[in-house]
Design a protein around this ligand. Structure first.
Ligand SMILES: Nc1ncnc2c1ncn2[C@@H]1O[C@H](COP(=O)(O)OP(=O)(O)OP(=O)(O)O)[C@@H](O)[C@H]1O
Length: 440
């Protein structure tokens, strides 16, 4: 029974008393029926229900859809929001994808804990088939999750009808006398999704009557496999030394595991997954160059970088290397990474000199910067020091420098200036540059 299925889905997601739940209403039968059931189940589960419709202004029927949503909410006394969005007509992603993107962004901004969508099992089967036909990997083949917990301030997503068939939803809606609006574009078989829905799946269903639930089951298997791959990536990252990876440890992994780890890291950074061919090429280069050789391979939005014993991903746009005052904290952000500061004895920068200084600032190099690494030796040009240290040109502008009263005391990847060096037995501070840091 449909309400029981929805109730089970809510319980599985952990939607409890006091939760703020917003039903994303398109005006179509799925989400209007979902609203009915959620409204019915609210006293039992104890959540506060609201609903929202996004008006894209694209269809001549857009006002009718908004009206259908508003009036049903008024009848049920469910609080309703109408959100208008501007969809750029010439978006590179295409009109449909741009509309979905704007819609989701608008819905994500609603102050609530959960957004509930009307996706059902037939949508799931179509999604899986569509993605497989586009060569998707395991992650894409996992299709839609029945719920995605709230993440980083964004509401969670619920799809309580994901185990229900479209026909069952329509029959239920008819039996209840519900009125809904048909989206005329859903019948247009020029769109691939509609082609699968109206032509392919009915044909497949003639020979395989359980095709839709079976495909949905396959999607669940893929989801499980994809979760295992994520777990493997997390384990591999930990075993390779954390977010900035130890190059030697990474190279001991198989190509498939490195690719899995890098894709997982890219996703956590919020970058698009790199194309397979580019990733293959990057891994090939990583394996052929000598272990200490610097490397930077661009992979779409990001670059795979290796320098000395570290390996990391960074955004190609270039992270913003903002100068910052150091006030004694354990870390300071630096581009996509950070600089850590550890108290030591007899090494690093002399603590007494830092305590006396008026200004301590982490910033980039300055033109004409010179550094003396050994006492009694002349100051050397930054470029020469970099060449000697094997620091490639692409990395030089990003090296963090700790400026003590306008003098360079430490340069990431190079070392501590002799005049700031800590004497044996004295308190010192050891800065450490960690090139990549993932903010989830
Ligand atoms: N204009 C809208 N305003 C609010 N919610 C919407 C709107 N359009 C769709 N939804 C929500 O999204 C669900 C899925 O609708 P639809 O399949 O049209 O969207 P989609 O995001 O294109 O889906 P898919 O990801 O399957 O392509 C609906 O049941 C509804 O909950």
């Amino acid at each position: 029974m449909l309400p029981e299925a929805v109730s089970r889905a809510l319980t599985a997601a952990g939607v409890g008393p006091g939760a703020r739940l917003c039903c994303a209403l398109s005006g179509g039968v799925d989400s209007l029926l979902l609203l009915e059931v959620l409204h019915e189940l609210a006293p039992q589960h104890g959540y506060a229900l609201q609903a929202a419709h996004v008006h894209h202004g694209l269809s001549p029927h857009a006002d009718a859809w908004a009206q259908a949503c508003a009036s049903r909410c008024a009848q049920l006394r469910v609080s309703f929001s109408l959100i208008r969005v501007e969809v750029p007509r010439d978006d590179r992603a295409g009109l449909e994808a741009a509309a979905r993107r704007e819609r989701l962004a608008a819905l994500d901004a609603i102050p609530c804990d959960w957004l509930a969508f009307g996706h059902h099992q037939d949508d799931q089967a179509e999604t899986l088939l569509f993605r497989l036909l586009r060569g998707s990997g395991v992650r894409g083949a996992a299709a839609m999750a029945s719920f995605e917990p709230p993440l980083g301030g964004r509401p969670g997503r619920l799809r309580p009808l994901l185990d229900c068939r479209r026909a069952g939803i329509e029959a239920w809606a008819r039996a209840r006398g519900l009125e809904w609006v048909e989206d005329e574009s859903n019948a247009d078989v020029r769109f691939s999704r509609n082609y699968l829905r109206h032509r392919v799946l009915p044909l497949v269903g003639e020979r395989f009557p359980a095709a839709v639930p079976t495909l949905a089951r396959a999607a669940r298997h893929f989801r499980e496999a994809s979760e295992l791959l994520d777990e493997l990536a997390a384990l591999d990252q930990a075993a390779c030394g954390g977010e900035s990876l130890q190059r030697r440890a990474v190279l001991a992994l198989s190509d498939a595991r490195i690719a899995n780890l890098l894709r997982w890291q890219a996703r956590r950074h919020g970058w698009r997954a790199p194309a397979q061919a580019r990733l293959d090429e990057a891994l090939r280069q990583l394996r052929v160059v000598a272990l200490a050789h610097p490397l930077r391979v661009v992979l779409g939005d990001m670059a795979l970088c290796a320098y000395r014993d570290l390996l990391w991903l960074e955004s190609v746009g270039g992270d913003y290397y903002e100068p910052r005052d150091w006030c004694g904290g354990a870390t300071l952000p630096w581009g996509a990474g950070q600089v850590g500061f550890t108290s030591v004895r007899g090494q690093g920068i002399a603590r007494s000199l830092l305590d006396e200084a008026h200004s301590l600032r982490l910033a980039g190099r300055r033109p004409g910067m010179r550094l003396r690494l050994e006492a009694g030796r002349p100051r050397r040009e930054f470029k020469n020091l970099c060449q000697e240290a094997g620091i490639p040109a692409w990395l030089r502008d990003r090296l963090p420098v700790l400026w003590v009263d306008e003098a360079p005391a430490w340069v990431g990847g190079i070392g501590v200036a002799a005049e700031f060096a800590c004497a044996p037995g004295h308190d010192g501070l050891m800065p450490e540059w960690r090139p990549a840091r993932i903010v989830v």
